[in-house]
Design a protein around this ligand. Structure first.
Ligand code: ZN
Length: 250
């Protein structure tokens, strides 16, 4: 059997400890709910990480043994160490780690550094959202109907300042008429990135069966395919460098 996908769910994990709606909806943190549904899959091995953990939840030993990193952050993006952000970026580009920023992760340092954008967008209060499946044959859309409704989710709206996605999988309509590219894919180096918009800390979207299915599919899609990349001259080992340029006639 193939080895399991090693998943780390990183959460800022501050809102849920401050009381209020977030704590009511996600008493153990929203990352715990994500772990719970991912744990139902035999092909995944899931661990939790949080901003206030030692090394901000991602010591080298954890990062280097993560195949797919999910990331939820909101008010404390700025606290994440730049050195850690660069390590995450390198692991995606050079080692093919999958990266799945969720919801307000559009403004996280790793997402902006990996994809190359400001991640800016417009937002508003919680309203009804309809998520449309724009790419039904995409692996992340497997088992997802042509549209599904989230009774209340934070309004995110275009324009969304990100590079043109390599693949557009979901698009959302919000009650007030706004639209948003809510499920988008990028390829960077060896790594794959899937940004997914639902998941405000005060709303129960992470309990929604289709949100769960999409995140589960995304983990399988984003897992590394090829972990080997060598930053060296392609002629090494070809014999070309054993001779002078004159001998090689180049
Ligand atoms: Zn939010």
């Amino acid at each position: 059997m193939e080895s399991k996908i090693r998943v780390t769910v990183w959460n800022e994990f501050r809102h849920e400890k401050e009381g209020g709606a977030a704590q009511k909806v996600y008493p153990n943190g929203l990352h715990a709910v994500i772990k719970e549904f991912l744990d139902k899959n035999d092909d995944m091995e899931v661990r939790l990480a949080a901003l206030d953990d030692p090394d901000q939840g991602l010591p080298d030993e954890v990062l280097n043994n993560t195949d797919v990193l999910l990331w939820w952050g909101h008010c404390h993006h700025w606290e994440v160490n730049d050195e850690l952000v660069e390590k995450v970026r390198q692991r995606v580009y050079r080692e093919g780690m999958g990266f799945i920023p969720l919801h307000s992760g559009h403004h996280s340092k790793p997402f902006k550094a990996i994809v190359g954008c400001t991640g800016d967008l417009e937002w508003g209060d919680g309203v009804k959202e309809v998520v449309w499946n724009l790419n039904p044959s995409h692996p992340i859309a497997a088992g997802i109907p042509k549209a599904f409704e989230l009774p209340v989710e934070e309004l995110y709206s275009e324009p969304f300042f990100v590079p043109q996605p390599d693949q557009l999988v979901f698009g959302s309509w919000f009650e007030q008429g706004n639209i948003f590219r809510s499920g988008i894919c990028y390829f960077r180096g060896l790594g794959k990135i899937f940004y997914f918009q639902p998941g405000h800390e005060e709303f129960p979207s992470f309990y929604n069966e289709y949100v769960q299915k999409i995140i589960t599919n995304a983990v399988r899609w984003a897992k590394p395919v090829n972990r080997v990349i060598k930053d060296e001259c392609p002629y090494v080992g070809t014999g070309l460098f054993d001779k002078t340029h004159e001998e090689n006639n180049i």
